[in-house]
Design a protein around this ligand. Sequence first.
Ligand SMILES: Cc1cc2nc3c(=O)[nH]c(=O)nc-3n(C[C@H](O)[C@H](O)[C@H](O)COP(=O)(O)OP(=O)(O)OC[C@H]3O[C@@H](n4cnc5c(N)ncnc54)[C@H](O)[C@@H]3O)c2cc1C
Length: 355
Amino acid sequence: MESVEHPVDIPSIPFAQRPIIILGAGIIGCATARQLLRNGFPVVLVAEYLPGDQNLFYASAWAGAAWHAAGGIRPEYRYYQAITHRHLLKMAQEDPESGVCIVDTREYLEDPPTDNSAIWGKTVVSKFRALKPGEYPTNFVCGWAYNTLVTDPTRHMPYLGKQINALGGQFIRKRVESLQELYDMFPDSCIFVNASGIGSKTLSDVRDEKCFPERGQNVFFRTNNCHTMYFRNGKEYTYVIPRPLSNGVVLGGVKQIDNLSPDVDMDVARDEIARAHRLAPEIVPEHPPEDSLHHIIGIRPSRQGGFRLDSEKVGSRIVLSAYGFGGGGYAFSYGVADTLVKMVETAERENVILS
Ligand SMILES: Cc1cc2nc3c(=O)[nH]c(=O)nc-3n(C[C@H](O)[C@H](O)[C@H](O)COP(=O)(O)OP(=O)(O)OC[C@H]3O[C@@H](n4cnc5c(N)ncnc54)[C@H](O)[C@@H]3O)c2cc1C
């Protein structure tokens, strides 16, 4: 019988050994790597900053990071957050090293909730109840109590790094100037995930003009009273996020567009302490001792119109984009990672079946 030449290019590394390449080792790249590895895919992560690093532009080192239902988002985005909650809850219950904790929450609302507000979160969090008048300050119209999850990034990122190594994933510390540089490093890989956060603004073959840096600056206040989260829902953006494993609370917040300063702005810090004191006077004194405070500064990788989560064919490769998570990367992380696993499976299935 005459052999028929197949019209499709066959990758030279066979399926089982062919790594999925991820650019970026923040919470999005690392959560995705973990989920891919747990599903049997070999993974290589290439990034300038790796778990455990602290750099202004490495947002994942600085997040609050509370799970709070985002208002005004599409139903499928709510589901990503719900899936994340499920993963984080399991870690909180089974793995204290993950840095994830269940905390009691008080959320006070400046305005009554609308259908498209954070109210949908009550289907996900546990022990949700509306507070009775008298249980919330009189300057708010209503309030909620529930249990949610906080992730201590100083523990979670190193934990993820360790898990990825244990599952056989590989980290390469390297800055690249383009995705093409990555394709050239891995000519036999077919699937690339761009989880480069704010890096997507400058990569020469991405240059996403919708990306913008949004500076955050928080105050960490050392206290043993660190088991309840307070959240002000409305025009004023104030939170007190507990870090039970680090004996403290994170006071915030502020969002400063296009400000890249690495220096502490003491006016911002003083204002955050004052706002946090008004929100949770039982935790935050009006004048906390200087030696109980330190400052956290990071650049959120924000994007006009919201994050990108999509798949493109670039020549013979599939490029999955997952960046632009702004102030919600932790709350979306594992839901996005599970979705990327499904996208990778769809793409690899086509490579294997050659249909
Ligand atoms: C003060 C503050 C408070 C926050 N609070 C919360 C919160 O309460 N809840 C919440 O969900 N989120 C919160 N966030 C947001 C959260 O931190 C981010 O959404 C999240 O960390 C983004 O993760 P990422 O993996 O997309 O990006 P990053 O963590 O920024 O990672 C990007 C990765 O890409 C790599 N990279 C980029 N460009 C290149 C390149 N050219 N070459 C090689 N590598 C490259 C970087 O080195 C890095 O490894 C907060 C953020 C800040 C700053």
